[in-house]
Design a binder for this molecule. Structure first.
Ligand SMILES: [Zn+2]
Length: 78
């Protein structure tokens, strides 16, 4: 994914999260599981998603959408 505005304030904040934080839900390092989420509306990246548990965080590392553990997603569809 490419960012048209890689030096935005939000981008810097998200970058800091990937450097320093662990996912609150699954405790994986955001360095490994964090992906930036692009907002078409804002034309900026303002969210970061943990690809392990799918929790989405805002730029202040506040939870926006609670992730669901992979195992439970699977069993729900059985
Ligand atoms: Zn996680």
């Amino acid at each position: 994914m490419q960012f048209r505005n890689p030096k935005s304030k939000n981008f810097k904040k998200l970058k800091e999260i990937t450097r320093n934080k662990r996912c609150i839900i699954c405790l994986h390092k955001m360095k490994n599981t964090g992906v930036f989420v692009w907002s078409v509306k804002l034309r900026d990246c303002n969210r970061i998603k943990c690809i392990n548990c799918l929790t989405i965080y805002g730029t202040d590392f506040n939870i926006k959408t609670m992730g669901i553990p992979m195992g439970e997603v699977g069993s729900a569809w059985d």
